[in-house]
Design a binder for this molecule. Structure first.
Ligand code: HPA
Length: 291
């Protein structure tokens, strides 16, 4: 579903709650020296980046009319505006959605995509989506980061179902390049500069909340997926509909091998996300100053 009025109301509220403190209005006007902020969605246990921002201003989702709460305890549920620190003391303007809601909480695709649509209404054109995911590629290590090269939407739903909103995008959104090649190149270059290993692969988004069986794991691998998770694919579709350039980064928190499945717990997944999140924050800070 495409809920233009609700999204506009939420974006207006967020803009006024961020207020002048965030010098967001100047960023949005796009005057000389001002760039539209980079939008970043932080997933499970990946809040380190928001803590690193300078001149931070936060707005809890509860203060934004109609904005869905983030249902998972490990997700903060707050928008944070700030500047990513960089050498010259300036810093790139960043608008972070810290915490998201999911289909498995019983939320609709419109709820799941509301954050991305609000970011677009705030002037964001470049979007970085992060998540925690299980590795399917046997060559990928736990606690490493994977840059998404492509996606498989296996949730069974789309955020573009129903009447199309032409102000947002076309009826039939092109998905021949869901993730932006230039952003991916910059991410790989930045990771190399920082001495971080960045894997590349296909992310499959599933409905959840149950984790995968061995047979499902084998099937997803045979379909060509390298990592599996319960978020991001609908947000990528909504972002592409809106014409945003998207980078997707997955923190690999556990490994799913069909012939030797090990039980995975939320505690393990969160602990691994926390560890990987520190490298992810370093990567994002260095990357956004190049955008
Ligand atoms: N499967 C689905 N979602 C996940 C996983 C997983 O193994 N790990 C983290 N999120």
């Amino acid at each position: 579903m495409q809920n233009l009025e609700e999204v506009q109301r939420a974006a207006d509220a967020l803009r006024s709650l961020l207020g002048k403190q965030a010098d967001f209005s100047t960023a949005e006007e796009g005057g000389p020296g001002h760039h539209a902020p980079v939008g970043i969605v932080l997933g499970t246990g990946l809040s380190s980046l928001a803590d690193m921002l300078r001149n931070r201003v936060s707005v809890p989702y509860g203060e934004i009319p109609g904005f869905p709460a983030s249902g998972v305890e490990s997700h903060a549920g707050v928008f944070v505006w700030g500047r990513a620190p960089c050498g010259d003391g300036g810093g790139r303007s960043v608008l972070v959605q810290q915490g998201r809601c999911h289909l498995y909480e019983g939320r609709s695709p419109a709820d799941v995509c509301m954050g991305v649509r609000v970011l677009a209404a705030m002037g964001v054109k470049t979007l970085v989506l992060t998540n925690a995911a299980g590795a399917l590629n046997p060559l990928f290590d736990v606690e490493s980061i994977m840059c998404m090269t492509d996606i498989i939407n296996h949730t069974g739903v789309s955020p573009l179902t129903g009447d199309n909103c032409p102000a947002w995008g076309p009826r039939f959104t092109d998905m021949s390049a869901p993730l932006d090649a230039r952003l991916r190149r910059l991410a790989l270059e930045t990771a190399t500069e920082l001495g971080l290993r960045l894997e590349r692969g296909v992310y499959i988004g599933v409905h959840g909340p149950e984790l995968e069986t061995p047979a499902e794991t084998r099937m997803y691998r045979q379909w060509g997926a390298d990592a599996v998770g319960m978020s991001s694919v609908l947000e990528i579709i909504a972002a592409r509909h809106l014409g945003m350039a998207v980078l997707g980064l997955s923190c690999l928190t556990n490994k799913n091998l069909p012939d030797c499945m090990a039980p995975a717990t939320l505690e393990q997944i969160c602990a691994a996300a926390q560890k990987t999140g520190e490298n992810l924050a370093r990567l994002l800070c260095a990357l956004v100053t190049k955008l």
